[in-house]
Design a protein. Structure first.
Length: 319
């Protein structure tokens, strides 16, 4: 006997009681039966959270899902709903084609609905091909998402609204999670891993080269300070020049981390006018620097009140 949901039908039941070889007379009873529509059930959902990586390939929300319904072989629709919709969030279908089922995304409500009368197996395949992604290019939200899935059969019965899949959101390489968003590593820092909560700073003696996001995914983003410069701090985007009257020393074992281990004062008779030179310039003939560490070699010998060929010991005069 079968009946539509909510419809009462009459059934006649014959009752006979037997003991060993003796049976009573048969009694017939009339029973009213009200049909109840069983809800469809979504099974085989992921037991662990799904993880999406910023700007990465879309991920399937419920791969391998299956459907059971005791009194229906078809469904009318399936609705996926995001608990909270963040800018750039998107649910859609990937790798599924059917003439009977089509999907529609509503970015305002955060719902993706599959509609069309189709078998449980067709809907199960469609559900397994629904994917999540985020298209926001700058600082997307890293808050976890929850996706609820509700099935509806042809008689209007809906599955439990508590059917839910959790999606974690990882910051991409070259970014870090600041607790709410995926933020790009600044110049002078990098991050090779996904899902990180901080960036790695360039070491002292190095600086971060101006980069695109792809360049901030490895330590190659950090370059050694050039000869004639140094950097004592970490996470910097440039190095400091040795200074006027100084020149760059040969690279120390510890790197160019301080002026003391990276720079040398110009010797008498030499000068440095930029402060970032590998070597000091020699004063021209007939001029002098005057002292060690000079920044100017253009003083003429005549300014001393002596002959141009008789500059003092600290002169640069070439005889």
């Amino acid at each position: 006997m079968s009946a539509k949901n909510g419809v009462t039908t009459t059934a006649f039941v014959d009752i006979e009681v037997c003991h060993l070889t003796h049976c009573s007379n048969t009694a017939t009873k009339c029973v009213n039966v009200t049909a109840v529509n069983d809800k469809p059930v979504l099974k085989d959902l992921p037991t662990a959270s799904r993880t999406y990586t910023q700007s990465g390939a879309p991920i399937r929300v419920a791969p391998g899902a299956s459907i059971a319904d005791k009194d229906n072989v078809n469904l009318d629709s399936v609705t996926f709903s995001l608990d909270t919709v963040h800018p750039g969030d998107l649910l859609g279908l990937a790798g599924f084609q059917s003439q009977d089922v089509a999907g529609q995304w509503d970015a305002t409500t955060g719902t993706f609905t599959l509609r069309g009368v189709a078998s449980l197996s067709v809907y199960a395949e469609a559900i397994s091909k629904v994917v999540f992604s985020n298209t926001k290019s700058s600082e997307p939200s890293t808050n976890a998402r929850g996706v609820s899935i509700v099935l509806r059969d042809l008689d209007g019965a809906e599955s439990s609204a508590g059917t839910r899949v959790a999606i974690l959101f990882d910051a991409a390489a070259g970014h870090f999670d600041n607790g709410s968003s995926a933020v790009a590593c600044s110049v002078g820092s990098y991050q090779p891993d996904t899902g990180s909560t901080s960036c790695i700073q360039c070491a002292a003696g190095t600086f971060g080269q101006s980069h695109t996001i792809a360049d901030a995914t490895s330590a190659q983003h950090c370059a050694d300070c050039a000869r004639g410069t140094f950097q004592s701090a970490t996470g910097r985007s440039s190095c400091t020049a040795c200074g006027l009257g100084w020149h760059g020393s040969v690279l120390a074992a510890a790197g160019r981390t301080t002026q003391a281990n990276s720079c040398t004062q110009c010797s008498a008779g030499h000068f440095s006018s930029t402060g970032a030179q590998e070597t000091c310039d020699e004063c021209a003939s007939g001029s002098f620097a005057g002292q060690q560490g000079s920044r100017n070699g253009g003083y003429p010998c005549s300014s001393l009140g002596v002959g141009e060929d008789l500059c003092p010991d600290l002169s640069c005069q070439k005889v």
